[in-house]
Design a protein around this ligand. Structure first.
Ligand code: ANZ
Ligand code: ZN
Length: 749
């Protein structure tokens, strides 16, 4: 049986054109082997020298601020997870530059913190030395990946020139009454006599010595983030964050609208005042479950009900007391059953106006802002017996960290700084009498709470950043980072930014316009990469073996960007082969001076469109598949017009910046490919190909594809040469062929 006429079969089969192509093809150019080791370092040096990735503070171009979480320079070196996040925003940044934006894509070091301090203790070395070594390694590693960071703006939170301003902002909090001291319980190791961070408590035991951890009341510096709870909550509606991130932040803030009701002198907090007729007991927060012996009156039923203490009621939420409604609340039911308290199943629902008053309660607590540690920003205040807390004046900032010989905590678990008399003892800045310097340091969240502002004006010695620069650069247009930072870091930095906004020191109330998150990279077996398991992949090894372009492509290709995904050494070969193919394709290029469309032009135009869209959606893996499809189609061509190949290179450039730059230059590119203009798809406004209907003896027989610019004669020749049409003609010579330009070809036999 004869096959159906299928216009799809005609696509890509255009014999007339094919012959034309053959004629032009001639011999292919010889190309060397693709060798990333030969080209990558050369281009990295060249880009650095020519400064093409430096952002300008003053530019007529529209600005674009792309941000990634700056790394903690640990002794382990760069992780392949860093590569994933940084390459993703690198792709966005490179595309934006090609779209004509003045792009700020900065990097720095979030270098204060415990691991370095602990390593210093273990090795007897200075944290600043260790930090210098680690940042040198990280910098070299990042540079070897060809990331388009503006290295001229590199910042380091442990640099006194940087933390001067962290201290300065703290003093603003103090001045406005938002930094205060309070006695609060901290994790305390009685053997080491040291306060522990939550991360250092493992199953209730000290991470270092295994002693059970106690709670100890200690004076701590606090930041009043709760004053901003409502705005931190409500303003989430004004930013473009993933929904799950917004939900996590809202849960953390934990705002709930409820009612305070008095059961005699005990005030309870409830979000279900309608259930008051079912309340058969009252519970106050306590260390263990017990009956207090007291009874109070339920204001709705007027009955006397017992007052209990129990662990399940939190002392620091609501009023620390609840009404127990076993019929409607699970935990109350469990409690009532356990202690044989009355349960009423059927009761009247209350309209509650008579019993209480509305309040809003939050789970969010003020931020404990001091650490009894060494490797952090000293809190810049002095304690004087006469004058109390005296802030260090701006002209004396920064209060620099002195070198220490020993890291033993002070006599009462204070920071090691307490053991350095030259640091501690200082005359009072107000009365001149003897005074003591504060020896607590800030938590390692401090420096990262405002670093995105410093990038805008990193060398400013008069202000943390000038309003002029902040007005130009802020908000951050796109911020990518890990899911582990969606609560604390994001909330803290939004809080600092809002505080500075209220002081009219920054220009926008929300720091980040858009936030996205990448998925983790897991080890080959699917478990977490960890040093102890010995399954950590070192990006250096991959760069050496395969090249940075392959590593970049691989990490963007391995799976959907926001999903966790396991590493696979074997899968690196795919992206590498793809790049080798692209390299070889350059041998097929030809300069053409006549308008000429490739056979695969439609695939090509689709690629322009898809890659452009997919980058915006962070669908990097599908963008790369499309580039692969396109390269396969190009490979089938006898030759590729140079201009089209250059457009292909441009699409690939954000992903694989080195190979594309090399080939671009070989194709005669003058300026860097990364400064060239991002390609646009041609087919929307001016398709290369159009469909024309075919009629034979007045009957519609299908559609053929022809070049948009084809002449009547060309359309006629094309149609008649197609075997599918020959079949309809059944060997007969056409009597008449009429071409209605761009619409119909009508053949009469
Ligand atoms: C009576 C009741 C009946 C309740 C019912 C719930 C369901 P959120 O939404 O988290 O704010 N509660 C109040 N203070 C508490 C505390 N300090 N510790 C533990 N639980 C506390 O939850 C508010 C509800 O949690 C309150 O409403 C109270 O129980 C309980 F069918 O009151 B409810
Ligand atoms: Zn004084």
């Amino acid at each position: 049986m004869a096959k159906e006429y299928d216009p799809k079969n005609i696509e890509g089969k255009w014999p007339a054109r094919h012959r034309y192509a053959q004629a032009l093809a001639g011999g292919q150019k010889e190309v060397d082997e693709y060798n990333p080791q030969k080209i990558e370092k050369r281009w990295q040096d060249h880009w650095e020298k020519s400064g093409i990735y430096q952002a300008e503070d003053d530019s007529k171009k529209p600005k674009y601020y792309a941000l990634v979480e700056f790394p903690y320079p640990s002794g382990d070196g760069l992780h392949v997870g860093h590569v994933r996040s940084y390459t993703a925003m690198d792709i966005v940044s490179r595309k934006r530059r090609m779209e004509g934006f003045n792009v700020l894509y900065p990097i720095g070091w979030d270098a204060f913190g415990l691991p370095t301090e602990n390593y210093a203790i273990k090795t007897g070395r200075q944290p600043r030395e260790i930090t210098k070594e680690n940042t040198d390694t990280f910098r070299q590693q990042l540079k070897s990946l060809g990331l388009s960071f503006d290295w001229s703006r590199e910042i380091n939170t442990t640099d006194p020139k940087y933390y001067k301003w962290t201290q300065w902002i703290f003093l603003k909090f103090l001045e406005k009454g938002l930094a205060y001291k309070a006695k609060i319980p901290i994790n305390w190791c009685p053997k080491d006599k040291i306060g522990l961070a939550n991360e250092e408590v493992v199953d209730g035991h000290c991470e270092r010595c295994g002693t059970p951890v106690e709670q100890k009341e200690k004076e701590q510096w606090m930041l009043a983030i709760t004053k901003y709870a409502d705005r931190l909550y409500d303003d989430l509606d004004t930013v473009d964050y993933p929904n799950r991130v917004k939900i996590q932040q809202k849960n953390w803030i934990g705002r709930s609208e409820g009612v305070l009701i008095k059961f005699d002198d005990i005030e309870i907090f409830t979000t279900r005042p309608d259930t008051i007729f079912g309340a058969t007991f009252v519970v106050i927060a306590g260390k263990e479950d017990k009956f207090t012996g007291r009874f109070v009156t339920n204001p709705a039923t007027k009955e006397k009900i017992p007052v209990w203490e129990a662990e399940y009621v939190m002392s620091d939420y609501g009023t620390g007391a609840i009404m127990g409604v076993p019929a409607d609340d699970e935990r109350d039911m469990v409690f009532a059953k356990k202690y044989d308290l009355p349960i009423v199943g059927e009761y009247k629902k209350a309209g509650f106006e008579d019993f209480g008053r509305k309040v809003t309660k939050y789970k969010l607590r003020d931020w404990v802002f001091s650490r009894q540690r060494y490797w952090g920003e000293p809190i810049p205040v002095i304690h004087c017996g006469k004058c109390g807390v005296v802030p260090v004046p701006e002209k004396d900032l920064p209060v620099e960290l002195p070198k220490v010989e020993k890291y033993e905590p002070g006599p009462d678990g204070e920071s090691p700084l307490a053991n350095i008399p030259e640091f501690v003892n200082t005359p009072c800045l107000r009365c001149g009498g003897p005074a003591r310097r504060e020896t607590d340091v800030m938590p390692n969240w401090a420096g990262s709470s405002w670093y995105f502002l410093r990038y805008c004006d990193h060398e400013n010695e008069k202000e943390f950043a000038s309003m002029q620069n902040l007005k130009y650069w802020m908000q951050v247009d796109w911020y990518n980072g890990g899911m582990e930072h969606t609560v604390l870091h994001l909330l803290y930095s939004r809080f600092w930014n809002k505080f500075l906004y209220d002081l009219k020191l920054v220009s926008t109330s929300e720091p980040y316009k858009k936030r996205t998150s990448h998925g983790l990279i897991l080890a080959e077996g699917g478990e977490k990469m960890s040093k102890s398991k010995g399954n950590v992949v070192n990006p250096d090894t991959i760069v050496k073996q395969f090249g940075a372009d392959t590593l970049r492509l691989y990490e963007m290709f391995m799976g959907p960007f926001e999903q966790a995904i396991a590493w696979s050494e074997d899968a690196l070969v795919g992206p590498r082969r793809f790049l080798e193919r692209v390299w070889k394709l350059s041998g097929k290029t030809k300069e053409l001076f006549t308008p000429y469309a490739m056979i695969c032009q439609d695939v090509f135009e689709k690629t322009v469109e898809k890659v452009s869209d997919d980058i915006e959606k962070m669908a990097f893996n599908t963008a790369i598949s499309q580039l692969m499809i396109c390269s396969n189609a190009l490979a089938k061509e006898d030759f590729i017009p140079t201009n089209d190949f250059k457009r292909f290179l441009q699409l690939l450039a954000p992903f694989a910046p080195h190979i594309t730059e090399e080939l671009w230059q070989l194709m005669g590119g003058k300026d860097s490919i990364h400064n060239s203009k991002w390609p646009k798809a041609n087919w929307v406004s001016n398709p290369m190909f159009i469909d024309i209907s075919v009629q034979i003896n007045g009957k519609y027989r299908g559609v053929i594809m022809v070049k948009n610019i084809a002449t009547e004669e060309e359309v006629k020749n094309t149609a008649l040469s197609l075997p599918e049409i020959q079949k309809w003609l059944n060997g007969k010579e056409p009597k008449k062929v009429i071409v209605v330009p761009r619409k119909i070809i009508s053949i009469v036999t």
